[in-house]
Design a binder for this molecule. Structure first.
Ligand SMILES: NC(=O)c1ccc[n+]([C@@H]2O[C@H](COP(=O)([O-])OP(=O)(O)OC[C@H]3O[C@@H](n4cnc5c(N)ncnc54)[C@H](OP(=O)(O)O)[C@@H]3O)[C@@H](O)[C@H]2O)c1
Length: 276
């Protein structure tokens, strides 16, 4: 079984920031984030803005490339608008290579730490196009342009079918994490037994209905922490790599500080069992 990949304890997400992408990403790096999540999907991300922030951080001596964990994604045409980072008439393997080449240019680097398939071609299974894309992503990894490869927006069926085809398992799974599904219990269990790092996003926005009830409120009061801090600390406690995309300097500071809280194991278990 391969070892789980090394990654920082928190990822800063760069979606939906448009012309504030560079300044907010630089702020996150100054605040102490060392993991950055982006995608070559202009519809939701401005990857070149992330690259501007990286360049500014290197110039200011905040971090070097080696200190950082950079993650980007390949997005099928149906998840894109007209601003494509590849030729849509080219075979998928070529689209993957073109997308990553463009990401490396945006980010001013010759490798990313993680290259993720943004979502499978179908919500219902791991199909032939996905197998083709996955092989192309492996080739990019083997050529040294990505250290690890991963998948996003997957159901347990995708992972099981992927495994049944004999495909190499992903190093990362990045999913929206709903408390009502036991915090994505099935997918997390699949990941845990295979040393796949589970990355959770929308931990706050997907779970508003549970956050304002016990045990969250009780734990937050007991730890003198915010609800967001409890969620992020809980995520770490159950082995997740959380993402935050906050635009607030104060929330950046609080999110990083959440790593220092000590959530008793029985409280982590109570939160894990809160719903679903
Ligand atoms: N793979 C995918 O398909 C996919 C999909 C969605 C997202 N993502 C990734 O995940 C990242 C995070 O996205 P997200 O959906 O989790 O939402 P998010 O962008 O992190 O939004 C969180 C919301 O919660 C608010 N908030 C309040 N207190 C907060 C606190 N202490 N810390 C953080 N946020 C706080 C934020 O407001 P303030 O800004 O005022 O703090 C914001 O409105 C994205 O940027 C992207 O990189 C990936």
């Amino acid at each position: 079984m391969p070892a789980a990949p090394l990654s920082p304890p928190f990822l800063y997400g760069t979606a939906w920031k448009e012309d504030r992408t560079a300044s907010l990403t630089e702020l996150a790096l100054r605040a102490g984030f060392r993991g950055i999540d982006t995608a070559n999907q202009r519809k939701h991300y401005f990857e070149a803005g992330v690259g501007e922030a990286l360049a500014a951080a290197y110039r200011a001596g905040i971090a070097t490339r080696k200190d950082l964990f950079l993650q980007t994604k390949f997005t099928y045409q149906r998840g894109q608008d007209q601003r494509l980072p590849y030729d849509p008439s080219a075979p998928l393997a070529v689209q993957v290579a073109q997308s990553l080449a463009s990401s490396l240019e945006h980010l001013g680097t010759d490798y990313v730490d993680s290259f993720v398939l943004h979502g499978p071609s179908s919500g219902y299974g791991w199909l032939e196009p996905d197998a083709e894309v996955w092989e192309a992503m492996r080739n990019e990894r083997d050529a040294g342009r990505a250290r690890w490869i991963g998948v996003s927006n997957v159901a347990i069926e995708h992972l099981e079918q992927m495994q049944a085809t004999g495909a190499e398992p992903p190093a990362f799974v990045q999913n929206r994490c709903f408390a009502r599904s036991g915090w994505d219990r099935d997918v997390r269990a699949f990941c845990n037994t295979r040393k796949i790092t589970y990355q959770g996003f929308s931990l706050l926005t997907a779970n508003r209905e549970v956050l304002e009830h016990p045990p969250f409120m009780d734990v937050a009061a007991k730890l003198n922490a915010t609800l967001a801090q409890v969620v992020f600390n809980f995520a770490r406690a159950i082995g997740m790599l959380p993402l935050t995309g906050t635009s607030s300097a104060e929330h950046m500071r609080q999110d990083l500080a959440s790593l220092q809280l000590t959530l008793p194991a029985e409280l982590a278990r109570a939160i894990e069992a809160i719903a679903g």
